[in-house]
Write a protein of this length. Sequence first.
Length: 451
Amino acid sequence: MLNVLANRTYRHLFAAQVIALVGTGLATVALGLLAYELAGADAGAVLGTALAIKMIAYVGVAPVASAFAERLPRRAMLVGLDLVRAAVAMLLPFVSEVWQVYVLIFVLQLASAAFTPTFQATIPDVVPDEKEYTRALSLSRLAYDLENVISPMLAAALLTIISFHSLFAGTVVGFVVSALLVVSVVLPSPQSPERRSIYERTTRGLRLYLATPRLRGLLALNLAIAAASAMVIVNTVVLVQAEFGLTQRAMALALGAFGGGSMIAALVLPRLLDEIADRTAMLAGAALLVAGLFAGMLVGSYTLLLPVWFVLGLGYSLAQTPSGRLLRRSSQPEDRPALFAAQFALSHACWLLTYPVAGWLGAKIGLQWTFMALGLIAGLAVLLTLRLWPAADPDEIEHVHETLADDDPHVSHAESIGRGAGIPIPMSSTAIIPNGRGPADVAEILHDLYD
């Protein structure tokens, strides 16, 4: 898996991601403790609201940012957004009111909503080989897991000698170093082949996404992923400190158990995906999430919480990590920023639903019933995935375009069949979806693969 790090550009981007995420992980632990300091046993409600605000920023900004990312140099954009995030993180230690948490989280996440999909869309261009890209995705998943494993452990160690307010300084350092590493490489910035209106560029990714069967299935899976991770992120501090009466370090280690499970899954995924289909692995991960949530109803001690969090971590990574492969397979290079932004916005729309459910239900009706509610949401999402994502999922589908000129680049190498030019292409927006639900320029399916 580490062979992909021989690519200098990817190596620097991966290092930037790791360092920024370790800093973000420190901020996550500190934010949970800050919420507990400000709101006590109602910390779950405060965190749920703060994270819902974060999701609103993500859902609203990511598609708009992708529209401008087509025209702006990626390196300059990523560096500028890192510096904005560092500036906001510097203010977090001085928060003394709940409303201040909400305002700063909103501004911080506006920058993250523009940064993350742009960063993710860059990786397929830097690592074009399919197998190498799979390994890059797994390393990227490991980097995200550092936020759940290394950061909590580091936070637990630091909390023995400093106040949790000082943890925010690690976030600032992470964003600044990330910016320096991005500056050190040249990034490809593929341009759109044609000039489009702001509306067209803003909505293009969503239209591509919703026109593709496997991505509609991915959207349903995102809901299951969001249900499980929301329970962990929002209510770990409530379970550990309010319910079990344990320390801040115990809370950090519980988050580490979740991240440990996720990291193990990410390590085995490259070899696993050589043997089984993405759909199979992702559905298996989602099944673990459902099982873990219902098992959480029986958790009555810290000792039982740790293995449940570990299982949820395994399922989270299995269900989440291959999503980049699906997006890459379903797009052309010039469409990737828009499609990754659509995934970013739609997946976070799922968290926009589940974060408040996890926070407010936990505060109002108790954590046992909250586990059940989120388990039901995740279970329904898995059933919806089975319905939306066909088991027969070819990379290419044969179709015709009646409205395109013979010299159009899209059909320049196609075989003429009399009524139009037929060409097998990746299953993206340009491929027709059953029952005529594809884009208007596709006239007919020659082989209906989705009866």
